[in-house]
Design a protein around this ligand. Sequence first.
Ligand code: ADP
Length: 453
Amino acid sequence: MADDFPYAELWWRGVGKLAVIALIGAAAGAIFGYSALGALAAVLIFVLLQLRQLIRLRAWLHAPKRHFLPDAGGIWGEVFDLLIDLQRKNRKRKKKLALMLAEFQASTAALPDGAVVLADRGEISWFNTAARQLLGLRAPQDLGIRIPNLIRHPSFTEFFEAGDFELETEAPSPINRNRMLSLRIIPYGNEQKLLIVRDISERRQLEAARRDFVANASHELRTPLTVLRGYLDLMEMDTQGAGPLAGWRTPVLEMRNQALRMEALINDMLKLARLEADRAHMRDELLQAPTLVARAVEEAKAVSKGQHRFEQMVEPDLLLLGGEIEFYSIIINLLTNAVRYTPAGGAIRVSWERAGDSARFAVADTGIGVAPEDIPRLTERFYRVDVGRSRASGGTGLGLSIVKHALEAFDAQLEIESEVGVGSTFICRFPPHRVQDAASAALAAAERGADPD
Ligand code: ADP
């Protein structure tokens, strides 16, 4: 044996003891002339004593609280001591584990987020107090039930079946439709999952309140501004002659420019608020994207006033499904940005083409470019690399935020490539389910026309 347990010593001790007992028995028997019988009787008594200890041990193992292990000498004494020691250690470990479990349960119970432990097929095996309150789970009835059977919202079912747990989803609480929950799944261990549930109703309400405030404030500001602009337009005309207002020409012009800027800002703020509020409700129409691109290019050319060279590569039969206002916001913002951030003499290349099953709209310019560290922040509201330049060219700082939100409504992505002093390319990728072919769209329309059902 590899370990250092003293087998041999214990054997010799045992055999030695038996021999001594047999000898004593034989000596006692010899007094009566029966030494062999004496030895046998002594060994028998020894065996019976062993049996007694064994039975005591058996009784103690059966119910350790009711029976006790006696003080014994020899191997039995050692066995009993070792067992009692083992029992004490076990008790200590059990107490420690129970304490840890109680602490764990107390801390998860105090957690504001719901936590649900799921087995490999999504069966509930444990949940905390918050999960009970948020999802209405009950123990023990709901233990072992698959979670999609309890959270029966399509967004959660889809999310759970898809199994892409990098993402998270949102669904109303099964016990209170007014409470919005964010649901995340974290896989761990052997096919197990932890579902984390968070109540985001308040955050949603705050966002809605902020959006409503911006939309209402912008809307309210519009009317007084229109009145001011109307008078400023009139005054501007009056300052052109040699009348009493002639000296006011510059201030009136400046006031009118500022009023125009404010108008642009309010319009952009309203647009953004609408996009944020109605993202899911964009009305899908079949858009004649090539026509819309051509119209936006004409508008950009008007802003450019002939200072830039325009190139166009437009696939005439590439149509798009979505909202016209949203699509036009995207392309006009990218085009006017290209004009505003490209010095006179530069070139602007616009393309609308297929890229595999997707569609790609891109605006490339030979303008001032953007430094790599600024690129990720361009779509933030009011983020401008150079505030002075943006304002001077009529920018509101909201253009790319509008682009980003409008693209989200199309499930589309924005990519920005840029180099300072060389130029920038803004690319929008529209997914296949948004792309339509003019020929097949016409065919479908003809079929609908021929078959009134
Ligand atoms: P702004 O009204 O200021 O143009 P945007 O949201 O449209 O607001 O753009 C944000 C910032 O991104 C701009 O201020 C500018 O610094 C930068 N930017 C946008 N388009 C371009 C471009 N084509 N070339 C260089 N910089 C750009």
